[in-house]
Design a binder for this molecule. Structure first.
Ligand code: AMP
Length: 178
């Protein structure tokens, strides 16, 4: 890890709040709303991603809902478009879907079929990677549309849940590993 990423990690850590048993018993929820509410910290996270991807991506894909917050700000700062990956039934146009496993049961996310042209270089963003199922499904959708996942950026990686392994060789950068 570079010095700047290490100091950014401590800034992020200081702006996170752990909420036990949310949204269900046994989950320690990593709440990044204090980070979003702090202009310096939010800006530093966006600037860090921009430094890594400036000129290297054509579009940012953000995953509902917290991936929209970090992803849309980063897309704007990079000067590229933003594409939402949403929960089933929320996108109005023609979509394609990917189903993935949760601890109990499955979930489905969708992307618009015409979200970006084939061959686009894509940065995928979310707030947290836990088991990796959500981000991996979003990457599958990007690749089905002919996009190239140039990078995956998350603010927080819950290392014990092994999400990084679920992504295969796709490059993941996490600002803070917990
Ligand atoms: P996963 O598919 O297991 O990697 O879960 C990632 C998705 O669930 C992300 O969209 C996160 O926003 C959310 N998530 C999972 N675990 C947590 C957690 N401990 N704190 C906050 N969000 C979480």
């Amino acid at each position: 890890m570079t010095d700047s990423l290490a100091s950014l990690a401590s800034l992020v850590a200081s702006r996170l709040r752990d909420i036990p048993d949310f949204p269900e018993p046994g989950v320690l929820f990593k709440d990044f709303t204090p980070l979003l509410g702090d202009a310096r910290a939010f800006g530093a996270v966006v600037d860090d991603a921009v430094a890594r991807y400036a000129g290297r991506v054509d579009v940012v894909v953000g995953i509902e809902a917290r991936g929209f917050m970090i992803g849309a700000a980063t897309a704007y700062a990079l000067g590229v478009g933003f594409v939402p990956v949403r929960k089933q039934g929320k996108l109005p146009g023609e979509t394609r879907a990917a189903e993935y496993s949760l601890e109990y049961g499955t979930a489905t996310i969708e992307i618009h079929d015409d979200a970006f042209p084939a061959g686009s270089r894509v940065l995928v963003m979310d707030d947290v990677i836990a088991t990796g199922g959500t981000v991996a499904a979003a990457c599958d959708l990007v690749e089905e549309l002919g996009g190239e996942v140039v990078g995956i950026e998350v603010v927080i990686e819950v290392a014990a849940l092994g999400g990084r392994a679920a992504l295969g060789s796709r490059p993941l950068t996490s600002v803070l590993v917990v």
